[in-house]
Write a protein that binds this ligand. Structure first.
Ligand code: GLY
Length: 346
C-alpha cells in the first residue's frame, strides 16, 4: 500500500517531467525497466567512492545489500589514514581510539557496538551482534570480549602517525591534561573542537545504504566519533534509528555530523518515517534537517548534519544543515558520482 503510493508519485513525476528526472531522483534504469535496479549511497565523496566501489563489486557478484554495505564499511575502517573511521582515526581526549558502528538489514534485524577499542572492524562485530546474539547493542569491554571470543583479533593500542600528531597538537592548544581530569575537578570544560586542523568540520562518519538486485535494502554506519571527545562519549553512529535506519518496505537512511543532534531527533528513523508518509528521499532528508534545527539547543555555527536516503523504488537524495556536505551515488547509471545536496542554512 505504502509502496504503491510511492510508485504512483514517481510515475506521475516521470510522466509530468517528460522523463527528465531530477539528479536526486529515481534511477533512470529502474524507471524504464520497472525492476529492482541496485543502488548504493555513501556519505561523503572522498571516502564514499572507495566504499561504493567495494560495495558495488559485491552487488555485481550477486551478493546481498547486507554483504555490500559491510564490505564498503570495512574498506574505510581499514584505511589507517582516515581521520574519523577505524583504528587509524583521531582519539578521544585521553589519547584512546574508541569506535562506534551499527548495521541493519532487510528483515529488520540490527546490531551495534559502541565505545569499542582495539578491534579493526567494528562493522563486522556489529553484524555478529545482530546475527549471533539475542541483543542489539554491545559496548566497551564486553563488546571487546565478545569480539575476541568470536575470533576477531585484539590489535595493539597504538595511534596512527597522523592521529598522534593531531592529538599532540590538540593537547598543546587545549592545555588539556589527560592525567588530571579537568571535568571532574570542576575546572572549565575543555570543548571538543568544531573543526579539525585541516579545516574540516569535526565529523566524517561513513554511512552506507544499498539496494541489491532483489530490491532488498540494508545499511551500515561506522565511525571513531568526534575527535578529542570526552572518554566514554558515544554518538549516533551505533544507535539504530539515529545514525542508521532501514525499513525494507519503505527505504533506508543514514546520517553524518554531530551525533548528539541526530540522536535528539532519531534522525534516520525520522527520514524513513517521512518517506513512509510519501515524501521523496530528498524531501524527507530536508524535513529531518528542519526538525533538527527546531530542536537543537546548540548554536548552528557549531554543528553540521547531513542525511542521505534511498526509497524502495530506487529514488535517492540527501540534505544537510549547512553547505559542505557531499555524498556518493553508484548504480547502473551513476558511476560513483559525487552529489552536493542542498542545505537549509547558508
Ligand atoms: N556522527 C558521528 C558522531 O557524532 O559520533
Amino acid at each position: 500500500m505504502e509502496l504503491q503510493k510511492i510508485k504512483r508519485r514517481n510515475l506521475l513525476k516521470i510522466l509530468g517531467g517528460g522523463l527528465v528526472l531530477k539528479l536526486s531522483g529515481l534511477t533512470k534504469a529502474q524507471a524504464l525497466l520497472g525492476s529492482p535496479s541496485p543502488i548504493i549511497l555513501s556519505t561523503w565523496h572522498n571516502q564514499g567512492q572507495t566504499a561504493n566501489k567495494e560495495a558495488w563489486e559485491q552487488i555485481q557478484k550477486g551478493k546481498s545489500a547486507l554483504d555490500a554495505v559491510e564490505a564498503g564499511a570495512r574498506i574505510i575502517e581499514s584505511d589507517i589514514t582516515n581521520c574519523c573511521v577505524g583504528l587509524g582515526a583521531y582519539p578521544d581526549r585521553e589519547g584512546k581510539v574508541t569506535l562506534d558502528a551499527c548495521i541493519m538489514d532487510d528483515k529488520g534485524r540490527c546490531g551495534g557496538v559502541a565505545f569499542l577499542e582495539r578491534i579493526k572492524h567494528p562493522i563486522t562485530l556489529a553484524r555478529m551482534v545482530m546475527e549471533n546474539t539475542p541483543h542489539v547493542l554491545m559496548v566497551g569491554e564486553g563488546a571487546q570480549q565478545f569480539a575476541i571470543k568470536s575470533g576477531l583479533t585484539l590489535e595493539e593500542r597504538t595511534l596512527s602517525e597522523h592521529a598522534s600528531k593531531a592529538y599532540s597538537n590538540w593537547l598543546k592548544k587545549s592545555k588539556y591534561e589527560p592525567q588530571i581530569n579537568i571535568e571532574q575537578n570542576n575546572q572549565k570544560f575543555v570543548p571538543v573542537p568544531h573543526k579539525l586542523e585541516n579545516g574540516n568540520i569535526n565529523h566524517d562518519t561513513i554511512g552506507i545504504i544499498a539496494m541489491d538486485k532483489n530490491g532488498d535494502l540494508s545499511g551500515a554506519c561506522t565511525t571513531s566519533g568526534m575527535a578529542f571527545k570526552l572518554r566514554g562519549r558515544v554518538g549516533d553512529s551505533p544507535i539504530i534509528g539515529a545514525g542508521l535506519y532501514v525499513d525494507n518496505k519503505i527505504g533506508a537512511a543514514t546520517a553524518t555530523g554531530n551525533g548528539e543532534e541526530v540522536i535528539r531527533t532519531s534522525g534516520s528513523f525520522l527520514v524513513v518515517e517521512f518517506m513512509r508518509q510519501g515524501l521523496s528521499p530528498e524531501e524527507a532528508c530536508k524535513k529531518a534537517c528542519q526538525r533538527l534545527l527546531q530542536m537543537t539547543p546548540n548554536s548552528t555555527d557549531q554543528i553540521q548534519i547531513g542525511f542521505i536516503a534511498i526509497n524502495k523504488t530506487g529514488e535517492f537524495g540527501g540534505y544537510s544543515l549547512k553547505p559542505g556536505f557531499d555524498y556518493t551515488v553508484t548504480s547502473n547509471v551513476f558511476n560513483h558520482e559525487k552529489r552536493v545536496p542542498n542545505s537549509i542554512l547558508n
